[in-house]
Design a protein around this ligand. Structure first.
Ligand code: PMP
Length: 344
């Protein structure tokens, strides 16, 4: 046994306490100071490590999880990876029902972490037996001694961010932040962080990010479920075609929608200008922050925290692939040329 306080007991000790990094170039043309909470620094490379650990440890505390139990979840990839990671260390089986929008790289990663993966059609409505919700529910019913994490409808999701991400942001900014910009999928991150931060200072504005093709912004504004808002889009993990109870809409001041194309280009720009290699929704968050800036939300004194949900390595076959960008037509309307690669 090595006596060294610098050694972690296991990988789970490293969940959370992610860095807050100032943006120096990408926001230089708009007023305000911008800082990113880079969740790709978590050991599972996304903020979902926080909820996986919290929900699983809460189930342990309640005696629901026992040795050899199976943990089941629906996921666009990140939550699955995090649950698989926690399951390995704690000795649980992990079954994941994923949306077919998830990249093959993400699915391979889940397999590498010992999970059993079911890939379900992205276009299936929530009540379709082939949807990832229905598949997860069925597997839960069929598997003895199993726990269904159900992140979209689990209050422990936002509680994880209330207990960790929120206090971290508050402390890292000495309580001086004025705005938060965050993506909303399950709504766990934005709701949990908002609850904590607004409890400390109710004047902090929480600015949500939604996708074109998602219901969240319209629902937030009208309280109505407008089916016309829903259509397919590319960004994984952002927006929704149903109303997740994990989202507390009252804690979100406003939503802004971003396009698939603008978010993809902004993620690439973030890598090239700031050296921040992040996921697709991080591009969406930066794009939304710039849109909010254009609409006059910030001034010179604003201290804006952008939550960047995950690392870029999961998107090599998507936004970081020039072929994929071309296939989507994302190089057509932009002046940016595909960076050249020469084969010798
Ligand atoms: N970005 C990515 C890459 C995600 O996987 C998710 C989770 N669906 C989100 C953003 C949204 O976070 P939350 O579910 O906490 O709203």
């Amino acid at each position: 046994m090595i006596q060294n306080t610098g050694i972690s007991e296991n990988i789970l000790d490293l969940v959370g306490n992610t860095p807050l990094i100032k943006l120096n170039k990408i926001t230089k043309d708009v007023p305000g100071n911008f800082y990113v909470k880079y969740e790709g620094f978590n050991p599972g490379h996304s903020m979902k490590d926080r909820i996986a650990l919290h929900i699983i440890e809460e189930a342990e505390r309640q005696g629901i999880l026992k040795e050899g139990s199976t943990i089941i979840e629906t996921t666009s990839g990140n939550t699955g990876f995090s649950i698989a990671l926690v399951s390995i260390i704690k000795g649980y089986k992990c079954i994941l029902a994923v949306n077919s929008k998830a990249s093959s790289g993400k699915i391979n990663m889940l397999k590498a972490m010992g999970a059993k993966v079911y890939v379900c059609p992205a276009h299936a409505k929530a009540d379709d037996p082939r949807s990832y919700y229905s598949v997860a529910k069925r597997l839960h019913e069929e598997t003895a001694n199993s726990v269904y994490i159900n992140q979209y409808f689990n209050q422990l999701n936002s509680e994880a961010h209330y207990l960790s991400t929120g206090p971290e942001i508050w402390n890292q900014t000495n309580g001086e932040l004025t705005h938060i910009v965050a993506a909303s999928g399950t709504g766990g991150t934005i709701s949990g962080v908002s609850k904590y931060v607004k409890e400390q200072n109710p004047n902090v504005k929480v600015l949500g990010v939604d996708a074109f093709g998602s219901i969240l912004k319209k629902f937030h504004e009208t309280g109505e479920f407008d089916k016309d808002e829903i259509y397919p889009y590319r960004i994984e993990g952002l927006g929704k075609n149903l109303i997740p109870s994990a989202t507390n809409f009252e804690l979100i001041d406003v939503f802004e929608k971003v396009t698939d194309e603008a978010a993809a280009h902004k993620a690439r720009e973030l890598a090239i200008t700031e050296g921040l290699f992040t996921g697709y929704t991080s591009g969406a968050v930066v794009q939304a922050a710039l849109q909010y800036a254009e609409k006059g939300y910030f001034d010179e004194n604003s201290k804006v925290v952008l939550i960047l949900p995950d690392h870029g390595s999961r998107y090599m076959e998507k936004i970081y692939s020039d072929d994929w960008m071309k296939e989507q037509g994302f190089f057509d309307s932009q002046t940016e040329e595909a960076p050249a690669v020469e084969y010798i």
